[in-house]
Structures are given as C-alpha cells and as structure tokens.
Design a binder for this molecule. Structure first.
Ligand code: ADP
Length: 312
C-alpha cells in the first residue's frame, strides 16, 4: 500500500471533519475519493499535504509517517488544490517556474521541467501570456502544471473539474489518465459519480468523515446488486397514497420513490415484477408511458449506503 490511514480524526471545534477514517490505496492506482460536499475530502488531502495536522490516528505515505516524516517524501508528492494557487500577474511560464523553485529545481533542469509541464497541459503557445488573460479552464490546467512540474510519484487532485467547461474537463481527465499511465499513483477527490466511474481503478466512498466502502467500481456495485431498479413512467400520474401503497406492497419491492412523471422501484429482481407493476398501474386506472429497467450504478451504491444522493 502506498497510502494507509487508520482511525484518523480531525475536528474543527465541534465539527467532526474526519471521524475515524481508515483507508488504503494501492501503488499505481487512480483512486477516487467520492463523496458529497462537506464529506471531509479536502480535509484529508490537506492532511496528506501537511498543511494541517490530524488530531488522532495513523497515516503513512510511502511507508513514512505523516506529518513527522513528511519532509522525506515531500518532493515525491504533487498537490493540485481545489482553489487555484496561481498568480494572475505572472505569465504561465513564471508561475510554473515559481513552483519548480519551491521544489528545489534550478537552472537547466528547472527550465526543462517547466517546458515539459507546459507541454503536458497544452499551454506551450500561451507560456508568455499573463494568467489574467486565461479562461477558467486554462487556469485549471496551469494549476495542474504547477502541481506536477517536479515529476512527483503520487499526485493529489482536489476536485479539479469543478465549475469548468466540458472541453477543459475532458482535457483534465485525459491528463490524469495519462499521468497514471506514466506510472503515477493518483488520488482524486470528486462528487461527480460519472467521473469516478469512468477513470478510477479503485474508489472509496466518504461521508461524514468516514469511509463507508472501498473497492473497484464492480466490487462496490456488487454491494447493492441484490437490487434492481425499474422506472415506470405513468401518464397523468397523480397517485393517491393508497394507490402508491399498492406498489410498495408488491412482493420483492424494497422501496419506491414517487417522481414527477412516474415511480422508481427498487426490487429484488423477482421474475414477475414487471407483470405485477403493470397490473397495479392498471388497477389505478392509469396508463404506462414507458418502462426502463437497469442495474445499479455508483450513485445507487451511495444512496443505499447513506440514504442520500450525491447531489444533495
Ligand atoms: P469536502 O472537501 O468533502 O467538501 P471538507 O473537508 O472541506 O469537505 O469539510 C469537512 C467538514 O469540515 C465540513 O463540515 C466543513 O464545513 C468543515 N470544515 C472544513 N474546513 C474547515 C475550517 N477551516 N474550519 C471549520 N470547519 C471546516
């Protein structure tokens, strides 16, 4: 394991930001830390970066204890924070060179690394422009270049795609995958389920400062595959409480959720389910507009584990 956390606690006065968090991350993985706003993701990343200290618990990165032995591995870690850490009045080149200097790079080596970082994020032709002329997506890319210019082995990304256009988002996600292919371990926080599902090898689901589950996407989805989902769109729905009870009473139904234009039914995959549901719609003197059946995804895993959606 390249990162290991055991029973980590961090309080901000009465707020329990991390509440007995345990986590292990394999070398070479893109590991997604998936959780809603306020779950404790940034707090954890800031502790990994030694920007703040935890109150209790054990953390090791590359077998070094954090924060005590952080200095031994500092140069092998790269951080791309959520808030942009770049200077608007400097050029793209100057920004990266500044961070390269902080990591102890000098002279020819520094120049070379800055050049590579600019190329990596696709900003070579804008290297002499002041950052204040950049779009939001370009600033994010520059932020990444600043975090990776010293060629770290583990790179932490804190919600790098929040609030940017789809093209820049794709560019950033592709960069993350590319860095991983070059041998880097990536820790990547997000509240976007689709992103985590698409690019992560392993994922841990975090909420209220605790890890609720960890594994590959398939392993996580298996946690809830005893259930299937059925979306039944109903014309002029408007069901009474008594009528909706008809659906929750069907054998094998775990839960129902009344939506604007239909019902979402979580069930155990009983073979008569479809027939039963249709007959209940008819019993309510309504008409089915469409039916969609699907297997659970990460969003459902989260919902099942926490009772909330990621978008809450
Ligand atoms: P996330 O990154 O998942 O959105 P955070 O780690 O930022 O979550 O926050 C976890 C909890 O700690 C939240 O309740 C947040 O309000 C609180 N918190 C974070 N930073 C501070 C701080 N500097 N002072 C007080 N409370 C904080």
């Amino acid at each position: 394991m390249i990162i290991e956390c055991k029973d980590v606690y961090k309080n901000y006065k009465e707020i329990k930001a991390l509440d007995g968090l345990s986590l292990s991350i394999n070398k070479g993985d893109i590991h997604g830390l998936l959780g809603p706003n306020g779950a404790g993701k940034s707090t954890l990343i800031n502790i990994f970066a030694s920007l703040i200290n935890h109150d209790k618990g054990e953390i090791s990165i590359m077998n070094q204890t954090i924060p005590k032995q952080f200095h031994k591995i500092k140069g092998k870690l790269g951080f791309v924070p959520q808030d942009l850490a770049i200077y608007e009045d400097l050029t793209a080149y100057e920004n990266i060179a500044f961070f390269a200097s902080l990591y102890g790079l000098r002279g020819k080596e520094k120049k070379e690394k800055v050049k590579q970082a600019l190329e990596f994020v696709g900003l070579t032709d804008r290297q002499k422009s002041q950052v204040k002329t950049f779009s939001g997506g370009m600033k994010r890319r520059l932020n990444i270049a600043c975090g990776i210019c010293h060629e770290p082995e583990i790179i932490f990304f804190d919600e790098p795609t929040v609030g940017i256009d789809p093209q820049s988002r794709n560019h950033i996600l592709e960069s993350i995958v590319k860095l991983n292919k070059q041998g880097n371990t990536i820790i990547y926080t997000t509240h976007y389920m689709e992103e985590a599902q698409n690019i992560c090898d392993t994922i841990s689901i975090i909420d209220h400062g605790k890890i609720l589950a960890e594994g590959t996407v398939n392993e996580l989805v298996k946690l809830v595959t005893e259930y299937e989902l059925l979306f039944v769109k109903i014309k002029d729905i408007n069901l009474s409480q008594q009528e909706s009870k008809l659906f929750s009473d069907i054998e094998g139904v775990k839960s129902i959720n009344l939506e604007e234009d239909g019902i979402a039914i979580t069930h155990n995959g009983h073979s008569d389910m479809l027939e039963n549901v249709i007959s209940k719609v008819k019993a309510c003197k309504k008409q089915v507009a469409s039916i969609e059946s699907r297997k659970p995804n990460l969003e459902d895993v989260f919902l099942t584990l926490t009772g909330r959606t990621l978008r809450d």
